[in-house]
Design a binder for this molecule. Structure first.
Ligand code: GLP
Length: 240
């Protein structure tokens, strides 16, 4: 694991964006795993900037997102599909058919999980998976006590996650369930980039990077992956 501690999140985002850009230039058909939340926004802005300056093309890449809420359609502004369109996909030259996000509106959610996992495997797996981290150490929507063996599956969101993410739902009822790539799916990525910003992530970062590897702290499993870069700002690194 490579740990990079920066003065601020802007620097982390720029460095992580550079790492993505370098990989895409060397591997134009890269398969990339993307994340949602506030953490990757500056990184996505940087990737858009590279594209606008004609320094990078996404035309042949394939994207898989980590997760999606259950019961929210792609055109609903609260969906992760909408988030990705708005914050990345509609601003770069990625092909629509290469943007994959679990379908939280599927009438057969179990089948949707299987379909998604098979699609990742059919694309020969993810080259670089981007991750944020929840305040309780979740990655994707793999909440504490999730099995490390799981592939894409349906989860009940924890009270801590419901509280943290309710701000995005403007007091409207937020979904209680999501589809997420499992820990096993995430660990199959050849490289993982974890970004964390702010002191509300400091405890989870300390426990995940220096504590015991345990399902009660899902991100701790990243210690077992051979190729992880962790970018932290000072606040997220403050307890290390
Ligand atoms: C969300 C997402 C995660 C994300 C995390 C942190 O619930 N499912 O993929 O990494 O929570 O979000 P934020 O970056 O807004 O702190």
């Amino acid at each position: 694991m490579q740990l990079i501690i920066n003065e601020n999140h802007q620097q982390s985002s720029e460095q992580a964006a550079k790492s993505f850009a370098k990989f895409i230039r060397q591997n134009p058909k890269a398969v990339l795993g993307f994340a949602t939340g506030s953490t990757p926004l500056l990184l996505y802005a940087k990737l858009i900037e590279y594209y606008q300056r004609k320094e990078l093309s996404f035309q042949s890449i394939t994207a898989f997102n980590l997760d999606e809420y259950v019961g929210i359609a792609a055109d609903n502004s609260h969906s992760y599909a909408y988030f990705m369109q708005k914050n990345l996909f509609s601003n770069i030259d990625i092909l629509a058919q290469n943007c994959h996000i679990p379908n939280g509106m599927s009438t057969d959610l179990e089948l949707e999980c299987e379909r998604y996992e098979h699609l990742i495997l059919a694309n020969k797996g993810i080259d670089i998976q981007l991750l944020g981290i929840g305040r309780n150490g979740h990655i994707g929507f793999n909440e504490p006590a999730s099995s490390f063996e799981e592939n894409t599956h349906i989860v009940n969101l924890s009270p801590s996650t419901l509280e943290a993410n309710s701000k995005y739902f403007n007091n409207q009822n937020m979904p209680k369930k999501a589809i997420t790539m499992g820990i096993a799916s995430i660990l199959r990525a050849k490289k993982i980039i974890l970004l964390a910003e702010g002191d509300d992530k400091a405890k989870a970062i300390k426990a995940s990077l220096t504590g015991e590897i345990t399902p009660t702290m899902p991100a701790s499993i990243l210690q077992s992956h051979p190729n992880v870069d962790v970018y932290l700002d000072q606040a997220a690194a403050s307890l290390l």
